[in-house]
Design a protein around this ligand. Sequence first.
Ligand SMILES: Nc1ncnc2c1ncn2[C@@H]1O[C@H](COP(=O)(O)OP(=O)(O)OP(=O)(O)O)[C@@H](O)[C@H]1O
Length: 459
Amino acid sequence: MQTNDPHALWETLRKGLSSHLPERTFHDWIEPCKAVNFDGTTLLIQVPSPSARIWIEQQLAEEFHDVLVQCDLANLRLGFMVAGDAKAPAQPAKTKSTHAAVQETPLDSPFPQGFHRYTLDRFVVGPSSQLAFAAANAVVESHGKPNSTLNMNPLFIYGGSGLGKTHLMIGIGKGLLAKAPNLRVAYLKVDNFFNELTIAIRAKNTEPMRKKYQQNDLLLLDDVQTLGKMERTQEEIFYILEYLLQYGKQIVITSDKPPQRLEGLHDRLITRCKWGLTADIQPPDFETRVAILRKKLDDEVFKDLPEVPEDVITFIAHKAKGSVRDLEGLLTRVVFQSSFLGVSPSLGVAQEAFLGQTGSEATASISMERICRMTAETFNISFNDLMKKKTRQQVILLPRQVAMYLSRELTAASFTEIGNSFNGMHHSTVMNAIESVKNRMQKDADFHKLVHSLLNSIQ
Ligand SMILES: Nc1ncnc2c1ncn2[C@@H]1O[C@H](COP(=O)(O)OP(=O)(O)OP(=O)(O)O)[C@@H](O)[C@H]1O
């Protein structure tokens, strides 16, 4: 997209976010924001309060990234400032050595300009991530040293959700760009590649896309576990990987499982994945969780806020034992809640924030089955009909779209997960269905009322 108008850029992002985020999240956090400046690199967005800034920067970063990519704005940097703040506008935190290099990335290189926190020096290493971290550093260090004995191409990092795979991968990209600013680096999420490929296939022109990825010196391929049923996407990715490996270009791949357990992947692709070094990441232990929280509190966004006391840090590290994303989420919630109430973070606030989170998890655990059963009942059709994959009957299509919309509003499920619950429907079908319900709700007051009363009765 070619424009220097901050309002036009923000409008494009807003539209993308409105179909990407649950309606309430969009309404609460995005609606009140506005664009204030664009300096050719960074779009500066004004948010209504310090607490809103904490929430948007910490909790919605990944959603912003996905929408930037979808809108062809991967090179755009985002900065957030609080309304009425007389200080210099807040820019994304810059790491010592990477900022200049990242800005010099060639414009057509699809390496994200966001994710400013995802550098190797901000990754807290513990026993459960030692090998993956060492391998990530080795990839950066061995660049330009062809005689390295260990084959780390591809580097395959796997582990559960929210454990730092993307962080490490982007950290490698940033580390290499800091050493060699002219390097061509591409970051690719499999879902985004699928969407890009679908458009290219429709236009009967897939060659430029293949070339775009084949010309890179480093390819970062995120979330390959979703490749399972995507035959044509697998084929394209295979050719890109083959080409890059043939020319000695570095590849980094992430997944939630090791190569041999990836379902639906062609053997030749699994073989490529296993070719180099495979390293896993497991959930961090207590000491590492504390260290991650401390490191996180160094973030620019927390700088001018009251200090988080030691007992609160320990409390959070005890409560959030699973993914680092949950750990960060609870910390954000505590700081957000304190800032919102105008009090210092304390054990009391932390306990409330923890209970609040458990509460929202309870909402998230409203099962999709319950949503579908109640939707089917409301529209007077059978549950089995609602879940059938192939139907063109309008009496079924509309309730199904509504059930998908409600699943997105009432659970934490992704588009892909919702699609899977509907007999393996593709995530783009789910996104279209949700979009069409939203449009209809805007135009048809009765339909709006019906969906809302159904939503309230499910909650
Ligand atoms: N060891 C760590 N040190 C510091 N931050 C971490 C660490 N591990 C994870 N994080 C942070 O946790 C969040 C989630 O990490 P990330 O997105 O890399 O997870 P992921 O493994 O790629 O998850 P998913 O599979 O769901 O995409 C990020 O904000 C990241 O910076």
